[in-house]
Design a protein around this ligand. Structure first.
Ligand SMILES: [Zn+2]
Length: 465
């Protein structure tokens, strides 16, 4: 019933050619390090395709395997000091750093191969909208897919604030993979392996989040499954803050606190410090790094899950609000999309070629969804004039003369936007509504009255027939 009342329960992802054509793939070949990285990455990927996984012939056991602890958690050290609220840098999405390999031997290349195998399996079984929506989504949920995907995303976050990989022992390599190490320059090889490990971990998280995004689309039961998920037992302090799937999603957004989209895209390998990221943006504007492209893709997928999970789901919205996601989304949106046009401060809708356009739209969409089902969020968002204008721009889809666009639009105003505007009109916004906001609300009233009239006439016509 709840599902039928809304008309925008859809994954309105950007399908513009520019977005698809953006060169998301890493650019290799600039120096030998990149070439070696690419080569090793490809080799491990190939090995993951070849190595057979035994004992799995039905969907249930395949999904169980996807959600099982990663190699490292099997012999996890109990010494995490992770505290996500206190960090000043982006933590690694990679839980390998807590492994004391002298006590617990494992081959790091074998480990990367198992990550690749999970990526392949997630993509094969739940990598498309067709697999994740409708009946397919129900079957996957019943087989435990949502729980499995959240497990992986959670495992990857565990102990992830340690980007010092000094505890990795690169000498522990199995006989199968020993030949991949180059004898001439072991330091460089360690760098390359660390890099490949981090990139593969981000890739796996991105794949899992992409599937969760599609599973959450159009299914109240799947959204509910995300909310009621609880983390597997762990000693990590991170787990204290995360008691359900919604919290986990919020923490992935929190990972980018203090960053603009363009900062994230310019992030260099090994440079996760906020100040350095900011400097990098000034120094080499629009120099997007391979690491940055992977990060923005992951963030875009997280935001997709947040938007789809918050859709028409009050308990999820309440939980997201309580976990502080609203402030983070607002910051992300405003710092990344404010600018000036003709000397006037304004918000800027990223154009179709902009690689964070989709992330921006999903951020705005999440906020509007949250405001629709959570009056606290609507009141909060109503206090910020720049934000309201920004959300209107995003919803209207154009920066060009917003008033004219809304005057002629017959499209129903999103209930979340209506809630924000009404809260602003009720004294929430210092200085009251401006011309555009007043126009949008008035237009919506006219549209609703008209629609009601037509509906009444239709009913009268039916009765007299
Ligand atoms: Zn190995």
């Amino acid at each position: 019933m709840k599902e039928k009342m809304v008309d925008d329960d859809d994954d309105d992802d950007d399908k513009t050619i520019d977005f698809i054509n953006f060169n998301w793939e890493p650019n290799y070949g600039d120096d030998q390090h990149d070439v070696d990285h690419h080569h090793l990455s490809e080799t491990l990927h190939r090995l993951a395709m070849v190595e057979k996984m035994s004992g799995m012939d039905d969907l249930h056991s395949i999904i169980q395997w996807i959600g099982s602890p990663l190699l490292c958690q099997l012999f996890e050290e109990k010494e995490s000091n992770a505290n996500l609220t206190e960090q000043s840098s982006i933590p690694e999405i990679n839980e390998f750093s807590n492994v004391n390999s002298s006590d617990n031997y494992t081959c790091i290349l074998c480990y990367i191969i198992t990550l690749h195998q999970r990526i392949n399996t997630v993509q094969n079984y739940m990598g498309t909208m067709a697999q994740c929506r409708g009946t397919g989504g129900d079957i996957l949920r019943e087989a435990g897919a949502i729980s499995a995907l959240l497990n992986v995303v959670w495992y990857l976050m565990l102990n992830s604030n340690d980007d010092d990989c000094s505890r990795l022992d690169f000498n522990c390599m199995c006989n199968d993979h020993l030949h991949l190490r180059k004898n001439d320059d072991s330091t460089s090889f360690d760098d390359i392996v660390t890099n490949v490990l981090q990139m593969t971990a981000i890739h796996l998280a991105t794949s899992c989040l992409g599937s969760l995004r599609d599973l959450a689309c159009g299914s109240a039961l799947n959204r509910s499954a995300i909310l009621i998920w609880t983390p597997p037992p762990s000693c990590s302090n991170v787990s204290c803050m995360i008691v359900n799937g919604v919290h986990l999603l919020c923490e992935y957004v929190a990972r980018y606190d203090g960053y603009k989209f363009e900062d994230i895209l310019s992030m260099k390998q090994g440079e996760f410090d906020t100040t350095r990221a900011a400097e990098a943006t000034i120094d080499c504007l629009a120099t997007y790094t391979d690491r940055g492209k992977k990060e923005i893709r992951m963030l875009t997928n997280v935001l997709g899950v947040v938007r789809n999970t918050s859709h028409s789901t009050p308990d999820v919205c309440q939980e997201m609000f309580k976990h502080g996601i609203v402030y983070r989304l607002v910051r992300l949106l405003l710092t990344s999309s404010s600018g000036s046009r003709n000397g006037q401060a304004t918000t800027l809708l990223p154009d179709v070629s902009c690689p964070w356009r989709e992330a921006s739209f999903r951020t705005a969409g999440s906020l509007i969804n949250l405001a629709e089902k959570c009056p606290d969020v609507a009141s909060l968002l109503a206090t910020n004039r720049q934000l309201i204008l920004c959300l209107l721009e995003f919803w209207g889809g154009s920066t060009a003369n917003v008033i004219d666009k809304f005057k002629t639009s017959s499209r129903a105003l999103h209930l979340g936007l209506a809630a924000i505007l009404n809260a602003a009109a009720d004294g929430g916004l210092v200085g009251g509504l401006d011309e555009v906001m007043t126009c949008v609300l008035k237009n919506e009233t006219i549209r609703r009255t008209g629609a009601q009239k037509r509906e009444d006439e239709r009913k009268r016509g039916q009765n007299s027939a």
